[in-house]
Design a protein around this ligand. Sequence first.
Ligand code: FES
Ligand SMILES: [Fe+2]
Length: 398
Amino acid sequence: MSAVPAPVAPARKTLPTLTPIPRRRYIDPAFFQLETEHVFKKSWLVIGNESEFPNVGSYVTYDVPWAPVVVIRGKDKRLRAFLNSCTHRGAAVVREEKGEARMMVCKYHAWSFDLQGKLVSVPQRSDFGDLNMEEHALNEIRCEQWGGLVFINFDKKAMPLSEWVAPFGNQYDHIVNAPLKVVNKRSYTIRCNWKIAVEAFVETYHVPVIHKETAAQVIQSHDTWLELYPHGHGLLAPPYRPDVLESSEWKGTALRSTLKPLDGYNFVTHVMTPGLFPNAFISFEAPGYPMVVKWPISVNETRIDLFWYGRDWGDQEMPAEWNDRVAAFHMLMLEDVDNLEPMQKSIEADPERKVPLCGQEQRIWHMNAEIDRCIGQDNIAPELRMKNADLLDPFITA
Ligand code: FES
Ligand SMILES: [Fe+2]
């Protein structure tokens, strides 16, 4: 089926007992501010796929909690990201969620910016006296790609994206480079801290309980292959259940689907779900993938953006099976989401409670240790710090 060999799960490592995570990290407004400044504003954040920008001038706007952003394709075909904020008095230069433009023209007083963010025209310019056009270009944010995946970074000094995603190696290259189309997008706003939302997607310990009738019918969660990677990234790869692998339906069709798999798709024994620190995971499925991104709105409010991308179906109608797959995943999401608000409430009611974590929950611990590394433990109140923050360092796959 593929020139790329299927990945093989290594033997599971035996971990030391994980120290409990201070629960006040989930409710403390000052700690939330530190996370926003030192984690989110300095990390590469995945925001979409290049298939959403088919032409020169194609753009998408993003409601990043601390900054409005527009990503637009330039005449040189490059994607660039800008603050969606006019350099006159700050109105949005692009108001629509997506579209195509030859120029970004502010809807307030019609200052015009080209696709590279340069200010090119100002109505009644002489009325400003000595206005330096060059100094009023749009504020550019770093924007780079991993294959077709588009990332932004608010830190001008951050490492290149290629270095940030290097821990994933080349095992996803054939998938991230695949030509795709957008199948579906939706958002869920939840009253919980962003880490509670992220943590629901980095372990499968909960699968036999919460997803008993859904995911548990397909995967063998207690055998999940887990990896901890540098920069806080990780892998969650539950194997398919043997009865699912053996079923004639599985063998007889393109991986339980009427949809054609992505070229070179080779994840036939495990659901490969890489987690991108701090806030995203992708579940690589045969004909395409859902990508789930969590945005911290406030200390107790999170927006989850769910993107679905499918193998490019050309000029045809979107294959109907996608509707079923999207609906099934939405059910799964609701099973997770319904749990998150009560968890936040219970932490708020009892913030000093100690919570033990098992080996299957190691990525929760790894993520929190990385948060402390980003912030610097000296900047964190002692009672909120992760204890023995280097405890899992020997278990990080280099
Ligand atoms: S705020 Fe954009 S032109 Fe005035
Ligand atoms: Fe779940």
